[in-house]
Design a protein around this ligand. Sequence first.
Ligand code: SF4
Ligand code: SF4
Length: 350
Amino acid sequence: MNQNNNANHEIKMKDILYSPVDQSAADYVPALRSLLEKMTCPSSAGERVGIKVHWGERGNRSFLSPAYVREIVQWQLGRGAKPYVFDTTVLYSGGRRTAAESLRTARENGYDENYLGCEIIVADGSDGRSVTDITAHGNHFATVQVADVFKDTDAFIIFSHFKGHMAASFGGAIKNLSMGFASRAQKQRMHADVHPELIKKSCIKCGLCSEVCPTGATRQDPEEYPEFDLEMCIGCAQCIGLCPEVALRILWETDDLVFQEKLVETAAAVWKMIAGKTILINACIRITAECDCWPGHNPVIAPDYGFVGGYHPLSIDEASLERVGKEPFEKTHPGVNWDRQFTYARQIGM
Ligand code: SF4
Ligand code: SF4
């Protein structure tokens, strides 16, 4: 990291805004509105603004309400900008594997263009091929492949749900910039070291892991334990996350910190493309054990804090973790080093 980057980083680290919620309030939108009023607007009149969100997997109940995204859209429209809302396709079966499925799921979850007041797009395109390779700096990737959103977008708003994650302990702005922008191939490169391992004494042979596996890597004969073909496994972790008996754990092919390092490298490459024209907002509410990709039971692990706004992904995630506390994540994901996202981001000069 050069001295100039250090100086900029120090300035950004200070620029954090907080809008706590009253947990007895029926509606948290006023708290978000109050945060937006204090934030620097990233766009000018007439500019196209991409609002990065996660509209939730089909069957998921912990995703952020579209009412918050609508508030951000209206804020931008009120300033004469031209906002659009976007997400990308995912690796696993469910409701977001293709653009058409994902847009259907968005509508089912209330993310409707008429309601939000702007266009909703799947940024890696209808066939997943609207992607671009950008330069990365770190130990794992020379380039990373992400949705091709840079050339026709003037500014970005990264709206992230701050919550737990089985392989990274928690996920916030860094994860949204990383997995959230990544092409399906890049998602695969990040997940490549994650595979399931069966704990036989916990398994009830229900067959759900075979049902949800998108590649056929999980096979199970009637009345038998499931078997996993790791050659076919793409590391999507659907089976691990959805097993009702927690009978599957992550078998790391490499050091478990590698996943987080790959996550950070991808986020850092994206951040280099959009820094200076981007604001970030973390919603530290409905803080669940796992991310909004899980269609199954996803318990709340910490009380609602509110909204945190900032101008750098590392500083906003650190501020969010400081407000929520590390204890809920340590308790939910014991043995997963939550700090690695931060130490590695610093190490590679994010
Ligand atoms: S989902 Fe879990 S309990 Fe069911 S068969 Fe698979 S490993 Fe066993
Ligand atoms: S075995 Fe599990 S982690 Fe591997 S592809 Fe199938 S569902 Fe995903």
